[in-house]
Every structure is written in structure tokens, then in C-alpha cells.
Ligand binder design. Structure first.
Ligand SMILES: C[S@@+](CC[C@H](N)C(=O)[O-])C[C@H]1O[C@@H](n2cnc3c(N)ncnc32)[C@H](O)[C@@H]1O
Length: 221
């Protein structure tokens, strides 16, 4: 097997991407574990994680570092988060999720990973977790809601460091099922641009996820 580093903490193993397992021997979802040169890697499934799909589709800006502080909106059961937790080994990831059912599953992942802080709260009300969250280097948002761009921008304004990066996963059909996805992507991009953000990269997620686009953003001032 061939292994090659792609980004900080992200590897290409044959035709797959992977992260080094922070908890050797433990799976988070049904991912494959691979042992190479005394290290264990978790294959990062692009059909289960939009960030993996974006990387496989050519994402070039990967802002996560070993010690990054990250605010993750729409944590769900922790599939993508667990790979970010592998990458940001010495960092801290605030994991916001409003579904108590998802949070129960997420708690199992957080208990085994000291760099994940679970927050049961609504990402449309970012001030409500102000007592728990510090300024962060990266905001990652994947909530699949009609107001996905608005809540992303509200959290960016409140929690992102000046030089930080935000990644917004847009699911067109959560905004309007009757509109063409490309029209929705243009409208959401225009909202970002007119409200103080520069879009530095856009990556479509097909064939892994239909009608989804990853937007990588920074402050435009
Ligand atoms: C598409 S799933 C996220 C998948 C996850 N990011 C992953 O890749 O592993 C969307 C999640 O966002 C959560 N969510 C939706 N609206 C939210 C809100 N306003 N605040 C917090 N969580 C929200 C949902 O409960 C759901 O778990």
C-alpha cells in the first residue's frame, strides 16, 4: 500500500483518503481501519462525509491544523467530526447539535476524544453558547436547513478570528426543492459576498452528494 500526505493530518492511501486514528482500534462509524508502518489510519468515506467528498473533488484550501480551534455546526453523530478530531489532535472542536437524539450518539464519540466539546444548542442562536465557545480558527457548517447561509454568517461574525476560514456545505434542496441548484448556489454566494465575506473556493460534491456545494470563505475586510 502507498501512503502520501495530502494536507496536515490527511493522507492518501491508494485511492482513498484517511486520517490517523486518535483512538487506535476504535471505529466511529463503519469506516475501514488500515495499519501501515506501526500507525493506524481510518479511511474517510466520501459518501458519509461531505468534507471527504470535497477533498476527493479537489479542495485545495484545508484550514485544519494540529492545534486548530474549530466551531462545528450540525455535528450529528460525529462522522466528519471524528476525522477533524484526528487532524486537530492538539486543538479543540466545539460541536453544536440541536437534536437530543443525535447528541446521545455524539456523546459516545466525545467521551473517547478529549478534543471534542459537545454543545446541545441551536446554531441559529449563536449567542446562547457564548459562555462556552472561544474565538476559533475554523468554522465548519453542515446543517441542511433553509437558513444555512444566514446561521453560518452569524456564527462567523461572532466566533471567527480575523484571519480565520469558514467552510459552508450548501444543500440546495434544503433551501428550495423547486429551484435549480445552480441558481440557489449563485444566490447563496451573492448573500455571502454582499454581507462581508470573500468566497475563496467552491467545490461541487457530485458524485458523492447530489446538489451540494462546499464554499470556503474568509472575511473580505
Ligand atoms: C447533514 S447533518 C450533518 C452531518 C455531519 N455534519 C457529518 O458530516 O457527520 C445535519 C445536522 O445538523 C443538525 N442541525 C440542523 N439545524 C441545526 C441547528 N439550527 N442547530 C444545530 N444543529 C442543527 C441536524 O440535527 C443534523 O444532525
Amino acid at each position: 500500500m502507498e501512503i502520501r500526505q495530502k494536507f496536515t493530518g490527511v493522507y492518501e492511501i491508494d485511492n482513498h483518503i484517511a486520517t490517523e486514528n486518535l483512538n487506535p482500534g476504535i471505529k466511529v462509524y463503519s469506516e475501514r481501519l488500515v495499519e501501515l508502518k506501526d500507525k493506524e489510519y481510518r479511511i474517510w468515506d466520501p459518501r458519509r462525509s461531505k468534507l471527504s467528498a470535497a477533498i476527493l473533488n479537489g479542495l485545495s484550501v484545508f484550514p485544519f491544523e494540529n492545534d486548530s480551534k474549530v466551531l462545528y455546526l450540525g455535528a450529528s453523530a460525529g462522522t466528519t467530526l471524528s476525522h477533524i478530531s484526528d487532524v486537530c489532535k492538539n486543538g479543540l472542536i466545539y460541536c453544536v447539535e440541536f437534536s437530543p437524539r443525535m447528541m446521545r450518539n455524539l456523546m459516545d464519540v466525545c467521551k473517547a476524544r478529549e478534543n471534542m466539546v459537545p454543545i446541545l444548542d441551536d446554531a441559529t442562536k449563536p449567542r446562547s453558547y457564548m459562555n462556552l465557545v472561544q474565538k476559533v480558527d475554523v468554522i465548519y457548517s453542515d446543517v441542511a436547513q433553509p437558513s444555512q447561509s444566514e446561521l453560518f454568517m452569524d456564527n462567523m461574525r461572532l466566533y471567527l478570528k480575523g484571519e480565520g476560514i469558514g467552510i459552508l456545505m450548501i444543500k440546495a434542496r434544503s433551501i428550495d426543492v423547486t429551484k435549480a441548484p445552480n441558481k440557489i448556489f449563485k444566490e447563496e454566494e451573492s448573500k455571502l459576498k454582499t454581507q462581508g465575506f470573500r468566497v475563496i473556493e467552491k467545490v461541487k460534491l457530485e458524485p458523492y452528494e447530489k446538489d451540494h456545494m462546499a464554499f470556503v470563505c474568509e472575511f473580505s475586510f
